[in-house]
Design a protein around this ligand. Structure first.
Ligand code: PLP
Length: 422
């Protein structure tokens, strides 16, 4: 459920008419709903009750400070993959005690920063990283809490496949390596070995591979405990899909939580989750204006003022985003369009042969499900301004990131002396 809907023929976010934002702030512009962010957090968190779990929002899905602060006020933690994301989470009011630091390529400086900040947990992905972290911790006189990220070797496709043999997966740390690494961390005086972590993918629409992965983690934790090695935490990652309107609905948070509670029934361990898309995806839209209608044999092309630099998911993932006109169509029959942006790339095509209500130059549209992996992946390609971000709460809204203009871009650049005109 989200808080974007038509009211008297106009598309609203909560109590705000989206056309008002488009006209005042300009297009393209990202708009987020506080109520949807909060609702998704609550639905996810409460689905596990009475079990207390840490819900660490994956900052990479939407790193806007106001979005993070909205979730922080609800008690959310943050899953981060760089020092920059840790800094953002801290500045948004997420306490360090709820920040998880993940990622395959943490530099030594970033590890030192995370240790210094006293984050809740560092998810270690290799033996080399463990060694670097141990050295950092020793130098800083700290004892960071760590988890080992396991690649549970869960096969993709309809049927799950669990390999309990030698870890030979292409990515991450195999089960055997993870057990060995955990024991090693446990014996390291500079590290506090706390748990195991998994994150098996994104936009997962089937509970079976997740259930298989979580079963592997439980089995590993039981084995460690059986050998007298303590383990307190399991981090189950993110990955729960969101409905993108044309696809079958992914499992609901309630179904997901019921599965998790079943897998860990009677098992005393702290659980953490790292949902990104599930929290923010349907909490945001990208507003754009039709610049031009290009008639041609076959279908007309609708050229928008938003491009792949603003929303790259269709170009790189063939992602589907529902498109809604801000003014609800009257009775005219829908028409088929190709919808493109202004960028000089064939890839700058949002969709082909999409049936939409009739649209004209100047009309406003919203791309739905743009709250995750939208603004964070935007660029200034073609010397375009970075779209601003707006946060709605009830009948109020605020620009939470202003448009990053050409002047902002140029301010970072300089011409070397030898090119200065004399
Ligand atoms: C990307 C990522 C997430 C979030 O994934 P979603 O599909 O948005 O839930 C969580 N944890 C890690 C380690 C990630 O890389």
């Amino acid at each position: 459920m989200n808080h974007f809907d038509y009211r008297d023929g106009e598309f609203y976010c909560e109590g705000v008419r989206l056309a008002d934002i488009a006209e005042t702030v300009g297009t393209p512009v990202y708009v987020y709903s506080s109520a949807t962010l909060e609702r998704h957090y609550d639905v996810f968190k409460n689905a596990f009750a009475p079990r207390e779990v840490l819900v660490a929002f994956a900052v990479k899905a939407n790193a806007n400070l106001a979005v993070l602060a909205t979730l922080a006020r609800k008690g959310a933690g943050a899953d981060t993959v760089s020092a920059g994301e840790i800094e953002r989470a801290l500045r948004a009011g997420v306490p360090a005690s709820r920040i998880i630091f993940s990622g395959v390529g943490k530099t030594e400086d970033e590890l030192a920063f995370a240790v210094g900040a006293g984050v809740h947990q560092i998810n270690v992905e290799s033996i080399a990283e463990l060694e670097t972290l141990s050295r950092c911790a020793a130098a800083l006189g700290a004892k960071p809490a760590i988890a080992i990220r396991v690649n549970p070797d869960v096969g993709a496709g309809g049927h799950e496949k669990i390999s309990t043999g030698k870890g030979d997966a292409k990515f991450g740390v195999s089960i055997d390596q993870a057990l060995a690494l955990y024991r090693r961390a446990h014996a390291d005086p500079h590290l506090a070995a706390k748990g195991l972590a998994v994150h098996i993918g994104s936009q997962i629409k089937d509970l079976a591979p997740l259930e298989a992965a979580f079963g592997v983690l439980r089995g590993m934790a039981e084995r460690l405990r059986g050998d007298g090695v303590s383990i307190e935490r399991l981090d189950l990652g993110g990955g729960l899909g969101v409905p993108y309107f044309h696809e079958p609905d992914p499992p609901s948070p309630a179904e997901y939580a019921a599965m998790v509670l079943r897998v860990f029934d009677g098992f005393d361990v702290s659980l953490a989750f790292e949902p990104g898309r599930m929290i923010a995806g349907n909490a945001g839209v990208l507003l754009a204006r039709v610049i031009r209608l290009q008639e041609r044999p076959g279908r007309p092309i609708l050229v928008l003022d938003a491009g792949m630099n603003d929303l790259i998911r269709p170009a790189i993932y063939d992602a589907y985003h529902d498109i809604k006109p801000l003014k609800q169509a009257q009775s005219a029959p829908p028409k088929a369009y190709d919808v493109v942006g202004p960028i000089c790339e064939t890839g700058d095509t949002f969709t082909r042969n999409r049936s939409l209500p009739e649209l004209r130059p100047g009309d406003l549209v919203a791309f739905l499900t743009a709250g995750a992996y939208g603004a964070v992946m935007a660029s200034t390609y073609n010397a375009r301004a970075l779209a601003p971000e707006v946060l709605v709460r009830g009948d109020r809204y605020e620009i939470v990131r202003r448009r990053w203009t050409l002047e902002d871009q140029l301010a970072l650049e300089r011409t070397p002396d030898w090119l200065e005109r004399t």
